[in-house]
Design a protein around this ligand. Structure first.
Ligand SMILES: O=c1[nH]c(=O)c2[nH]c(=O)[nH]c2[nH]1
Length: 320
C-alpha cells in the first residue's frame, strides 16, 4: 500500500532474509525421523511512516525480532510462533508453515497489515541402505521446493508454490523445424536432437483466505510431489516410447496445461525452461576428414549461452 505525505509517495517494506532453520520430527511408532531444512525470508508491510519521515522508530518491528520470533530452539518470552509450531505434533508442509508465520506477524503487531513469507526448502531425501528406507539418514537431492505466502491482516491469502532447479534431459524425441529463416539463420532443421532444460516453475493456488486452505495434513507437500510428477511425465512421455517434442515452447505449454487440468486448485503456473544446448561434435583434419563424424553420439555440453523460454499458463475464468 502506498502512503503519501508532503506531496511525496512512499512504498516501503522491511524484513529479514535468509534465516535458516532445521526441524526434526521423531515418529513414536516406528522410530523414524522426519527432517526439513528451511531458509525463510520475511517482509512486513506496515504503517511505520514515522521512521521514514522523522527520526522516530517507535513503529518498527526490528528485523532481528522477526528472526527470534520463531527461531529454534527458543525459550524467551513472546516467541509465540515457535510455541505454536512446537504445539503442532504433526509434521506440517512448508506452505502451512509460511502461512502460520504470516498470520503471526499480521495479528501480533498492530501496525503490520501484510506479511510476505518466502521459504526455500532444501531437498533432503531419506536414504535407502540395502534397499530399506533408513529411519534417520538423509541425503541432499537436487531440486528445491519454494513457497511465497502473502498474508493480509484481514485473512486474505495469496499462495504460490514452486520448484527450482529441476534439470531434465532426453537424448531423442525432440526436434525443431519450420522456424523463420532469414539471412542470419544458420541453424539446420532437425527431427533428432538432445533436449535439456532446468525447469523453474511457480504455481498459484486458488485459496484466497487462510481459512479456506485444505486441512488435510501435508496436503501441499503431497501436491508438490504430484505436480513434479506431472511435469516430468509430460516432458518425458511413456518410458518405452517417449513423446516427440517439436519445440521447448510446445513442451512447456503441455506441461503447464497438464498441471492445470490435473490440479483444480491451481489457477496458474509460470514455467521457465531454458533450452540448454548440447552441440554436435564434428572433427576433421585434412588427412582424416571424418575423424569424429557426428552420428547423434558425441556432444559438447554447454551452459551458456542458452535459449530462454518462459510463459505463464492460466485458467480462463468465466466472467458470468
Ligand atoms: O525448441 C526450441 N525453441 C526455440 O525457440 C529455439 N530457438 C533455437 O535456436 N532452437 C530452439 N529450440
Amino acid at each position: 500500500m502506498a502512503q503519501e505525505a508532503d506531496g511525496i509517495r512512499l512504498e516501503q517494506k522491511h524484513g529479514k532474509a535468509r534465516v535458516r532453520v532445521g526441524r526434526v520430527w521423531r515418529d513414536g511408532h516406528d522410530g523414524s525421523h522426519h527432517f526439513v531444512e528451511w531458509n525463510v525470508s520475511i517482509s512486513l508491510l506496515s504503517h511505520c511512516l514515522s521512521s521514514y519521515y522523522r527520526d522516530d522508530n517507535s513503529d518498527i518491528v526490528a528485523t532481528d525480532t522477526m528472526k527470534n520470533t520463531w527461531f529454534w530452539p527458543i525459550f524467551y518470552v513472546g516467541m509465540k510462533v515457535y510455541v505454536k509450531a512446537k504445539e503442532c505434533e504433526d509434521r506440517l508442509s512448508v506452505e502451512e508453515f509460511s502461512i502460520l508465520i504470516g498470520k503471526h506477524f499480521c495479528s501480533f503487531y498492530p501496525q503490520v497489515y501484510t506479511a510476505i513469507v518466502n521459504i526455500i526448502e532444501k531437498p533432503w531425501e531419506r536414504v535407502s541402505i540395502g534397499g530399506k528406507p533408513h529411519l534417520h539418514g538423509f541425503k541432499l537431492g537436487s531440486e528445491t521446493h519454494t513457497v511465497e505466502a502473502r498474508v493480509e491482516k484481514s485473512g486474505a491469502l495469496n499462495l504460490n508454490s514452486g520448484i527450482a532447479g529441476l534439470a531434465l534431459l532426453k537424448t531423442t524425441q525432440s526436434g525443431f523445424e519450420r522456424f523463420v529463416r532469414d539471412k542470419y539463420t544458420i541453424l539446420p532443421e532437425t527431427r533428432e536432437r538432445m533436449l535439456a532444460t532446468e525447469v523453474n516453475a511457480s504455481w498459484r493456488y486458488s485459496y484466497d483466505s487462510v481459512a479456506s486452505i485444505p486441512t488435510k495434513g501435508l496436503y501441499f507437500s503431497e501436491n508438490f510431489m504430484d505436480v513434479k510428477k506431472v511435469l516430468m511425465e509430460t516432458f518425458f512421455g511413456p518410458p518405452e516410447t517417449g513423446v516427440y517434442s517439436p519445440s521447448v515452447q510446445r513442451t512447456l505449454y503441455l506441461m503447464g496445461s497438464a498441471v492445470l487440468r490435473r490440479f483444480t486448485d491451481v489457477s496458474s503456473i509460470h514455467l521457465k525452461m531454458p533450452n540448454i544446448h548440447f552441440l554436435p561434435v564434428n572433427l576433421s583434419t585434412k588427412e582424416n576428414p571424418s575423424m569424429v563424424k557426428f552420428k547423434d553420439d558425441v556432444y559438447l555440453p554447454t551452459d551458456e549461452p542458452h535459449g530462454s523460454i518462459e510463459a505463464t499458463v492460466s485458467r480462463v475464468t468465466s466472467k458470468l
